[in-house]
Design a binder for this molecule. Structure first.
Ligand SMILES: *[C@@H]1O[C@H](CO)[C@@H](O)[C@H](O)[C@H]1NC(C)=O
Ligand SMILES: *[C@@H]1O[C@H](CO)[C@@H](O)[C@H](O)[C@H]1NC(C)=O
Length: 601
């Protein structure tokens, strides 16, 4: 029990001049004797057992020969029996291990006060022993490792406190300095906080997580002993990400080619941007640029997460051959950093357009006498597709007297006459023009052109027979119609409009024909006088039929007239109309004759 009390007491000791003594076994609590030591020794700690501190008996002036008899002894102050006094020679000697750090911790100087007693007569002496510190402890850090997290954006000059090392030794043997291993980014600064020295890391050069995300440092604490002792602390600096890197695209400009008419949702390209930063600072979203043609929005869509561009609307080469998509990649840092790129989408032509035939008719009426090679229309062929899909071959149906001749200009043709035309044979043509492109598959367009052949005065009037024979009974009624001629003309209109006239001869012929008249419109011939069989039995005349074309064409017919005899005085009524044949006048005449006979009687 005494021991534990003393132990407790030892821990409470303060200062060097005073201590408390508790004597518990006599129930008497003796207290507070402030006594100055009469003699003071000093020894280093950790000296060998048996080492001599000093000749205490001699120094106190005691008779060495009586020491045993007087029971010279230590009564207090050396609880753990670090010291003993030799009764034979009065030497104060080290009896056990003396550890200054155990006895005094950081109290300096470390003084042990021994109370020594001799009997007969009783004497009490106070002897002080100072325990001199030796450098038997190294500086130590509270932990094996220190981890610091520092943002890469931290400005140079910023300080970071490190744990201080502790050294159980005192005065010059305790921590005197710190050292930091050679490194690129940090220096060491020591600040005095009272008796303690606190090490700080000072950032000298900005950190870059993307280059080095961790820095291993070694802090060394060195004490002032001779030789010095040291302890180390591993310092790990973890560099935290700041949004200091822009996203970057794998390509400055992306190029891709797709055919037109591709199906919706078809993938066009996947763009990719990277960002060296970490976490949200490196998470990328994709957007269309703000100045984008609205047509692009209608045609393509962009997945903001995956960077995939897909077809959304109608892709038509004929409308747009090349799309320019400005894009942006943005990270999710605060504030976000952005980068631009561009995607060029070239559209490949597909043969999806038929050729277009455009006809410029010079005239819808072609004179039948047009020379072969006469241009009647201009044909232009257009195909919206490109390349071979535009290239067009144009043809005309074989069964018509027309052909196409290419012109100097590409895809321009002249539609020309190939042979002679004859309105009287074919007055109207349906010309079929076929334009076929060279795409795959081939597409063609058919166009029909109507051509009317116009009349030219190339036909003369034609009489149904030539010559005519007219049998005319004498004594015809003057002014009555005796005959009629008719001609036809294959042409049209004026070219077929016939007028008749009697060709007037000369001499005797002229004298006879002067009695005849012809209706110019219908060819009815009248005789202005009565013919007399006895005077004139036969004669001929010509009727000319002329059309009204310019120039006019005409033909003539000869009419041979035979005057038939008649009995005199017989009443004769002749009415032969237009028949060309000899009428059956004979029986009739005989009837008349019969009558005439009867009349004569
Ligand atoms: C300290 O770092 C060194 C290498 O730099 C290593 O060998 C040692 O094990 C580390 N100590 C601790 C406690 O991590
Ligand atoms: C009548 O026609 C014939 C041919 O049919 C021609 O030779 C003749 O000259 C014509 N006569 C007149 C007077 O035109």
């Amino acid at each position: 029990k005494l021991n534990t009390t003393l132990e407790k007491h030892k821990r409470k000791r303060r200062g060097t001049q005073c201590w408390w003594v508790a004597i518990s076994f006599s129930l008497m609590l003796s207290c507070a004797e402030r006594v100055s030591a009469q003699i003071k020794y000093s020894i280093p700690e950790e000296v060998k057992v048996g080492s001599v501190v000093g000749n205490v008996a001699k120094d106190l002036g005691l008779d060495i020969s009586l020491l045993e008899e007087r029971r010279f002894r230590i009564v207090s102050g050396a609880e753990d029996a670090q010291f003993e006094v030799n009764p034979n020679n009065g030497l104060l000697q080290v009896h056990g291990k003396i550890d200054r750090e155990e006895l005094c911790e950081n109290i300096s100087p470390c003084l042990i006060n021994l109370k020594m007693v001799a009997d007969n007569p009783m004497e009490i002496h106070h002897v002080g022993v100072e325990i001199i510190d030796i450098n038997d402890n190294s500086p130590t850090f509270p932990d094996d490792e220190k981890v610091l997290e520092i943002y890469e954006s931290t400005l140079s000059g910023k300080r970071f406190q490190l744990p201080a090392a502790h050294d159980a030794d005192v005065v010059s043997n305790t921590v005197r300095m710190y050292k930091l291993n050679n490194n690129d980014h940090f220096s060491l600064q020591i600040r005095d906080r009272g008796e303690d020295k606190i090490p700080f890391l000072v950032l000298q050069k900005p950190l870059d997580r993307e280059k080095e995300n961790e820095h291993k440092l070694i802090l060394t604490a060195i004490d002032g002993g001779n030789p010095p002792r040291s302890g180390t602390l591993n310092v790990t600096v973890i560099v935290l990400d700041s949004n200091d890197n822009h996203p970057f695209f794998s390509e400055e400009v992306y190029s891709v080619k797709i055919p037109e008419n591709v199906e919706r949702h078809r993938s066009v390209i996947v763009i990719k941007a990277n960002d060296l930063d970490e976490g949200v600072n490196g998470e990328i979203e994709y957007f269309f640029g703000s100045e984008l043609d609205p047509k692009v929005h209608d045609t393509f869509e962009l997945d903001s997460i995956t960077g995939e561009i897909r077809v959304k609307g109608n892709v038509d080469f004929e409308e747009t051959e090349l799309y320019r998509l400005d894009l942006q990649a943005s990270d999710k840092g605060q504030p976000p950093l952005k980068t631009e790129s561009r995607v060029m989408i070239k559209i490949k032509d597909v043969n999806d357009n038929k050729p277009d035939i455009e006809v410029t008719s010079l005239s819808s009426l072609i004179p039948e006498d047009s020379k072969p090679g006469t241009v009647i229309a201009l044909i232009s062929v257009v195909d919206k597709d490109s390349g071979v899909n535009g290239k067009v071959i144009c043809k005309v149906s074989q069964d018509v007297p027309f052909d196409l001749t290419p012109s100097l200009e590409e895809n321009m043709y002249s539609l020309v006459t190939k042979g002679r035309l004859d309105r009287e044979t074919v007055s109207r043509y349906e010309i079929t023009i076929t334009a076929t492109d060279c795409g795959e598959p081939q597409l063609s367009t058919v166009k029909t052109l109507s051509v009317q052949v116009s009349d030219v005065n190339d036909n003369t009037p034609v009489f149904s027979q030539n010559p005519f024979e007219l049998y005319l009974i004498e004594n015809n009624t003057p002014g009555a119609e005796i005959f009629s001629v008719s001609a036809v003309d294959d042409d049209l209109n004026e070219n077929a409009a016939i007028t008749y006239k009697i060709l007037r001869g000369d001499g005797l012929q002229d004298a006879i024909t002067s009695f005849l008249n012809v209706n110019s419109d219908n060819g009815q011939i009248t005789a202005l006088k009565s013919f007399d069989f006895e005077t004139l039995k036969t004669f001929q005349f010509q009727v000319v039929a002329s059309d009204s074309g310019t120039p006019s064409l005409s033909s003539n017919v000869t009419v041979n007239v035979f005057i038939l005899d008649q009995n005199d005085n017989a009443p004769v009524i002749l009415c032969f109309g237009n028949e060309n044949k000899i009428p059956s006048w004979q029986p009739r005449l005989s009837l008349e004759i019969k009558h005439a006979v009867h009349f004569t009687i």
